[in-house]
Design a protein around this ligand. Structure first.
Ligand code: NAD
Length: 492
């Protein structure tokens, strides 16, 4: 038995198996439970409530009721203080949250600890924003006074994917609460636990009951009734483009607004003049962190021909040097694929590439944790010199698979970067500032990173263009998504 298994069992045994509605644990009305799997062992580790439209109706009713109560009367500064306490409590509960996240998602403990730090930071940041989202005054001349009020939009729905369960939930819940909204959260069915733990922490921080509710269950049984509920006024959805389209259609029936954070196929451009050691560190992190299950992963390397051979040699060595294993295992820096179904999807993309004669420079196989012989893992994989129209260049694999595109010069690098339907993020490595500005101008992306992939924080707006989404999270911009502007004009 692995030496971390006692810690794992202690955390799993204390996880909730109910929804969190109106400030309390509630059994699913269907009476049914589902299992959540530890991807690092490929076995179930806990049970959770299988939510249905009836549970969603209760949660939305609680959120609607909470809108007009204590929460409405709280001053923005009081809301901010609650969010700040939530940040502190997240930090105090960091180890339990991080371990639960490892067990649900398959990521490494170091990655999960980073996610928890980011989650606390989101609450801290929006705590400060709660009393700073101001209205404006409008110049109509001496006979009028005209001003706007930023009112909370109402009940908000938060649909969360499985790759960053806690931090994705926090980055949308925190600004919604800062704006004075109430929330119903539907975490992914693969990773329900940390959202439930968060809801309990928020109440401990002083959030009135009913303001933040969590209903677990599948996308079809619990997610769909939530996003189509007539009392929901804004939906923040993070997930696949295909589901995002359905969510947008459902919200449209109720004229509810949406923020959609969808897929990506982001280019990481390395020019011949780059600091190659720096670029190497970042190319590896951009695609192999979280085993590549990142919407903004740098899943395409766009590299100038003159440095391709040397860079590839070093890159392959780095990829092969990663230590695969259970997220709680000692020295592990490359975790699991989240589910058996997803492992099949990742593997089938690579098998398809092999059958088309694509050069597999590193990895390419599904494997198990060498320490236990269990788990859903896929080797860090590099597919070299791939044609631009190949599915592994055009489609999101959402796994540890890097597709390499070789280019000649700046113009071709820009063309390669823009060659997919996605436009979430892009990275660039160069020492030439004028090339950096030019490429940043011409590459379509919501975020552009120069000389540090994933640079930025909760302060920086985040979102995608085209099939990568609509709207922006993070930064002060996000608070505006959860507000409705009322213009008041008085003839005096
Ligand atoms: P998914 O779309 O299958 O599921 C995401 C969430 O939506 C889950 O909670 C699921 O239960 C729910 N859901 C499914 N069908 C639904 C429906 N009809 N109505 C309402 N909710 C429904 O996505 P996934 O496979 O879990 O996540 C991976 C995808 O998420 C990738 O495409 C990735 O790029 C994307 N993602 C994007 C971002 C971003 O910020 N842009 C961040 C993380 C993940």
């Amino acid at each position: 038995m692995a030496d971390w298994s006692t810690t794992a069992a202690a955390v799993s045994n204390q996880l909730p198996s109910m929804h969190f509605i109106d400030g309390e644990w509630r059994r699913p009305l269907s009476g049914n439970l589902m299992e959540t799997f530890d991807p690092g062992r490929a076995e179930p580790h806990a049970q959770f409530a299988a939510g249905t439209a009836e549970d969603i109706a209760e949660a939305v009713a609680a959120a609607k009721q909470a809108e007009s109560g204590e929460w409405r009367k709280a001053t923005p500064a009081e809301r901010g203080r609650i969010l700040m306490r939530a940040a502190e409590l997240i930090r105090q509960n960091a180890e339990r949250l991080a371990t639960a996240e490892v067990l649900d998602s398959g990521k490494t403990l170091a990655e999960a600890r980073g996610d928890v730090r980011g989650s606390a930071r989101a609450f801290e940041y929006y705590a400060g924003a709660a009393d700073k989202h101001e209205g404006k005054a409008y110049p109509l001349g001496p006979d009028y006074t005209s001003y706007s009020i930023e009112e909370p939009i109402g009940v908000t729905a938060h649909i969360v994917p499985w790759n960053y369960p806690l931090s994705t939930a926090c980055r949308s819940i925190a600004p919604a609460l800062a704006a004075g909204c109430t929330a119903v959260v539907k975490p992914a069915e693969q990773t329900p636990m940390t959202a439930l733990l968060l809801a309990e922490i928020l109440v401990q921080a002083g959030l009135p009951k009913g303001v933040c509710n969590v209903v677990t269950g599948t996308g079809i049984a619990a997610g769909a009734p939530l996003v189509s509920h007539p009392d929901v006024r804004h939906v923040t959805f993070t997930g696949s483009t295909v589901t995002g389209i359905n969510v947008m259609k459902a919200a449209a029936q109720n004229i509810a607004s949406v923020t959609l954070e969808l897929g990506g196929k982001s280019p990481n451009i390395v020019l011949a003049d780059a600091d190659l050691e720096l670029a190497l560190d970042n190319v590896v992190g951009a695609i192999f962190e979280n085993a590549g299950q990142i919407c903004s992963a740098g899943s395409r390397l766009v590299i100038e021909r003159s440095i391709h051979a040397e860079f590839m040699e070093r890159l392959v060595k780095r990829a092969r040097g990663l230590t695969i294993g259970h997220g709680l295992g000692e020295g592990v820096n490359f975790g699991a694929i989240n589910s058996a179904e997803h492992l099949v999807k990742v593997a089938s993309y690579v098998e398809g590439a092999k059958s088309r004669g694509v050069n597999v420079a590193a990895g390419g196989n599904a494997v198990v944790d060498p320490a236990t012989g269990k788990g859903w893992f896929f080797e860090p994989t590099i597919l070299d010199d791939v044609k631009w129209d190949d599915p592994v260049v055009q489609e999101e694999i959402f796994g540890p698979v890097l597709a390499v595109q070789i280019v000649d010069g700046l113009e071709e690098a820009i063309e390669a970067a823009n060659c997919t339907d996605y436009a979430l993020v892009a990275g660039l490595f160069t020492k030439d500032l004028s090339k950096a500005h030019r490429i940043a101008r011409d590459v379509d992306a919501g975020q552009f990173f120069v000389n540090e992939y994933f640079a930025g924080g909760i302060e920086t707006p985040f979102g995608g263009n085209r099939r990568s989404g609509i709207g922006r999270e993070k930064g002060l911009l996000a608070v505006a998504s959860y507000c409705k502007t009322k213009a008041v004009t008085i003839r005096i």
